[in-house]
Ligand binder design. Structure first.
Ligand code: AMP
Length: 272
């Protein structure tokens, strides 16, 4: 079993609600990783131990180039330590803030990568349920890494869940408190595509209630600079009816994605 003295601790990478994340290096192998420290007392106070256990169990079993790896975990008397893959280029959210919005190539590449990650998750019967730029990290070559499985569940979820997730990314069926399935993640892919290209989320409004109303009605307009191909893709994903949303496999085959994505995955797919 691992313990904290097996590591040299480097710079802090960020702060979370229940602790912090540090760059770390294994003393023995010099392997670089991100060490997430969570205080047990804070978890217990928020009654989130159950959720954390689920996140750990789910993440430990997932292996995909576009999903942040969890190598292992350990704990001492007061803290839980998650040994995570280090994502050197940080958060997608910060990139988007810096650049305001992304071009078609960059967005299409992200769309392909997130779709591939979700096809894999859904095949393992895992729904992420909280996809948004804050939960997407970037690898060494800028490739997308889906992180933060804190809200994820094993599909299908028949629970009428409390409103988890950020308002802007909530699917209509989540707002309605209806049972939901993998298609909630597909909805979020559409919202993400829009936000990457526009620089703001499609249903943003002054109040939570107004956002909910816009989502229920799928009431959105496209900024003038958004291309026809992207508008077509987003319109086909953001369907009120979960089963009518463009499936993930069809998203990565959409002409706009095929024309613009520069991900390694699409290189592999295209005939030589
Ligand atoms: P979290 O508690 O998971 O929200 O993490 C807090 C912050 O630490 C994030 O917003 C990231 O900026 C950073 N961070 C978390 N995990 C990693 C990682 N594996 N690699 C690089 N940065 C990370």
């Amino acid at each position: 079993m691992w313990c904290i003295s097996d590591f040299e601790i480097g710079k802090p990478l960020g702060k979370g609600r229940f602790g912090a994340v540090y760059l770390a290096r294994s003393k023995e192998t010099h392997f670089i990783l991100a060490l997430k420290v969570i205080f047990k007392s804070a978890m217990e106070k928020a009654q989130l131990e159950h959720q954390l256990r689920r996140e750990i169990e789910i993440l430990c079993h997932l292996r995909h180039p576009n999903i942040l790896r969890m190598y292992n975990y350990f704990h001492d008397q007061t803290r839980i330590f998650l040994m995570l893959e280090y994502a050197p280029r940080g958060e997608l959210y910060k990139e988007l803030q810096k650049k305001k919005y992304f071009d078609d190539t960059r967005t299409a590449t992200y769309m392909e990568e997130i779709s591939e990650a979700l096809i894999y998750c859904h095949a393992q019967k895992v729904i992420h349920r909280d996809i948004k730029p804050e939960n997407l990290l970037l690898g060494l070559r800028g490739e997308l890494k889906l992180a933060d499985f804190g809200w994820s569940v094993h599909a299908p979820s028949l629970r009428r869940t409390t409103l988890c997730g950020t308002t802007d990314y909530l699917a209509p069926e989540m707002i309605a408190g209806s049972p939901h399935d993998e298609n909630v993640d597909v909805w979020c892919v559409g919202v993400l595509c829009y936000e990457c290209l526009a620089g703001y989320a499609p249903f943003e409004a002054a109040t939570r209630l107004e956002t909910f109303r816009k989502i229920r009605e799928v009431n959105m307009t496209f900024p003038s600079w958004m291309s026809d191909g992207a508008r077509d893709l987003i319109s086909k994903i953001l369907n009120r009816t979960p089963s009518l949303r463009l499936p993930l496999k069809a998203i990565i085959e959409h002409p706009w994605i095929l024309n613009h994505s520069s991900s390694d995955l699409s290189m592999r797919r295209s005939p030589m």
